[in-house]
Design a protein around this ligand. Structure first.
Ligand code: NAP
Length: 254
């Protein structure tokens, strides 16, 4: 068992992962902040911080990272990429990349920590998905499918891990335009789309930026992840962000 409680977070180079790393450090946890290209300049200097290289789509990278991390108490599967595009004409390689990262990356990381969690009869896995899995939005079919699969994976996994006292939880953030998510998604969205969808795509892009409804901030996600990790009574699904909370309440009290 680690001296301090230890959390390993994926995708800490920006956005929710970076803020969650800050949050757990502030709370006195040991943090293994992982990212594809390790950098320490955005995080405080601390004996409790360890930055490790991790690509969640690469089995060798996962094995090296878990070996170097040592015992951990919580895994936060946060790394993810977005894709806003019509399905017709979509290069299947892009769809595979989304699923490899968002879905299979989450499954692979979970597999990698389960032996130590099961043997120790403790530990928490928190999977970050999205409120788009609660209310569908256009042009997000592949991304939504990749995250809805994680919801289903997590809720079934919870049942098979209950006998070993290992918990799994979901955090569902709302829309957070302040992170690097949109910019990171653009690489996969650079390919031309079928002409028939161009006007519709442009309308969707314009409407996404035009709304003045509440948003999600990285701190909201960090707080929800904290609750999921530290509160054994936390519900299976935690909405993160004002828009996410409002949506989840409207769906539970229509
Ligand atoms: N922003 C939103 O509106 C929003 C809403 C709901 C849910 N989410 C979800 O929240 C999570 C965090 O998103 P964010 O908004 O914080 O976006 P972000 O700023 O783009 O952060 C995503 C992180 O994932 C990492 N990543 C991507 N591919 C990876 C891989 N193969 N292996 C390891 N790390 C990888 C990125 O690292 P690199 O620097 O290496 O690319 C980056 O650190 C994602 O799962 C996303 O789907 C986002």
């Amino acid at each position: 068992m680690a001296d301090l409680p230890t959390v390993l977070i994926t995708g800490c180079s920006s956005g929710f992962g970076l803020d969650t790393a800050h949050f757990f450090l502030e709370k006195g946890w040991k943090v293994i902040a992982t990212m594809r290209t390790p950098r320490t300049d955005q995080l405080p200097t601390s004996d409790n911080l360890h930055v490790l290289a991790l690509d969640v789509t690469d089995a060798d990278s996962i094995a090296r990272c878990i070996e170097a991390a040592g015992p951990i108490d919580a895994l936060v599967n946060n790394a993810g990429i977005g894709l806003l595009a019509p399905v017709e004409g979509l290069d299947l390689a892009s769809a595979r990349e989304i699923f490899e990262t968002n879905t299979l990356g989450t499954i692979a990381m979970t597999q990698a920590v389960l032996p130590q969690f099961r043997e120790r009869r403790g530990g928490v896995v928190v999977n970050v998905t999205s409120t788009v899995t609660l209310k569908s939005l256009p042009l997000l079919s592949v991304y939504t499918a990749s995250k809805a699969a994680v919801n289903a994976f997590t809720e079934s996994l919870a049942l098979e891990l209950e006998p070993f006292d290992v918990r799994v939880r979901l955090v569902l953030p709302g829309r957070a335009p302040d992170t690097a998510f949109g910019d990171n998604a653009r690489r996969l969205m650079a390919a031309p789309i079928p002409q028939a969808y161009v006007d519709f795509r442009d309308q969707v892009f314009a409407s996404v930026g035009a709304t003045d409804s509440p948003l999600t901030h990285a701190r909201d996600v960090a707080e929800a992840v904290w609750q999921a990790v530290t509160d054994p009574a936390a519900p299976m699904r935690l909405a993160a962000g004002a828009d996410a909370v409002a949506l989840s309440e409207s769906l539970s009290h229509p």
